[in-house]
Design a protein around this ligand. Sequence first.
Ligand SMILES: *[C@@H]1O[C@H](CO)[C@@H](O)[C@H](O)[C@H]1NC(C)=O
Ligand SMILES: *[C@@H]1O[C@H](CO)[C@@H](O)[C@H](O)[C@H]1NC(C)=O
Ligand SMILES: [Ca+2]
Length: 392
Amino acid sequence: MRTTTTTTTTVLLLLLPQLLCSTDTGRSNSRHQQSENIHKDFSEAPVKGHTPAAGVKGQGWDTCSIPCDITVKLLRDEKHSVCGQLQQSLLTFGRSTRKLMRDVMEEQQRALDVLSTQVTELMSKVQMLSSEVQRSNTEMFSVKPVQSHGRDCSDIKDTLMSVVPKIPSGIYIVHPENTDSSFEVFCEMDYMGGGWTVVQRRTDGLTDFKRPWTDYVDGFGNLAGEHWLGLKKMFYIVNQKDTRFQLHVALTSNTDVTSYASYDDFHLDNETQFFCVHLGRYAGSAGDAFRGYEQEQNQDTAPFSASDVDNDGCNPSCSFESRTVESCSAQHNHTGWWFNQCGLANLNGSPEDADQSPGQRTHILWDTWRQNGVPHTIKSVTMKIRRITTNN
Ligand SMILES: *[C@@H]1O[C@H](CO)[C@@H](O)[C@H](O)[C@H]1NC(C)=O
Ligand SMILES: *[C@@H]1O[C@H](CO)[C@@H](O)[C@H](O)[C@H]1NC(C)=O
Ligand SMILES: [Ca+2]
């Protein structure tokens, strides 16, 4: 009986559970053939018991050994218990379905969360990569070696002359022959036929020329304004094979008088010899201050000195204008130059009329340029070099 009921319950649950318990009238019409058979042996009696017919009364009593109202009560209880179980099963089924749904949705939500995290990570990774690409592009651009324009300003002029009608003055990159070195220089392309590499310019006194040896070796200042190109770079340019350079010194007084001194050869020894200067024949209107009037003043072949490197020929000291001088650089406001017992030239002096202590020589000095025996006060100077064409 219990097994049958359980089977019935399961079958009913699977087939049409809601109809079974909602109404009694629907059950004979809707019930399945198999469950009709299962119920036959005990369900005939109560149906007849409700509406007893005289013709079949005897037959009903034969099969129904238990009194009818008890059978009815039993069956009703059975029905209630079946329905209860059914409802319980339905509830459980519903609950587990809801739980399943919830689990599935939670699972999907978790998957979505993971996906969206991954998408976010990917997005930021893409962003990072693209900015990296951008950065490496700009880096590549700035790291890309700049093409040099020529070996020096004369070489640049000779190269460009045939293709450009007018070559502008300005900053160019040069790469002297037989060096690993490329650097910027200011080229004067208008002055006296052009092709000049500027190696020094002093105009407004805004650049500090009170510098140690290494600065004079490497160069300092602003190429478009005041600067010292640097002994090493000068050396690279004038030391090129099969070339000769002339030096041109252009001076302007504070009354705007101009003059010049030029040397038909200019070259330097290397650093181990302190960049000794070698000068050719002089020509000009300012006098040969590099050589001076006497042998003791001659700066030709003199090594370079700076505030911290003393090659000035005053060793241990010089007698100078009735003073004892140990350092020409110190005497000249700590500038660098090819001093020889100081001498008559120092173009690295100050263009300003600063108050100087007695015996000091801090001004731009070119002592051979005089008017009525008095030296001009010099407000600006440039030193430039150019190739001399050799036809031998
Ligand atoms: C010495 O040089 C410094 C720095 O360039 C400058 O300020 C000063 O005026 C100079 N002194 C003289 C006396 O020219
Ligand atoms: C410097 O010049 C001298 C003389 O010409 C030479 O003997 C020496 O090797 C040179 N030194 C360098 C570093 O080039
Ligand atoms: Ca000295």
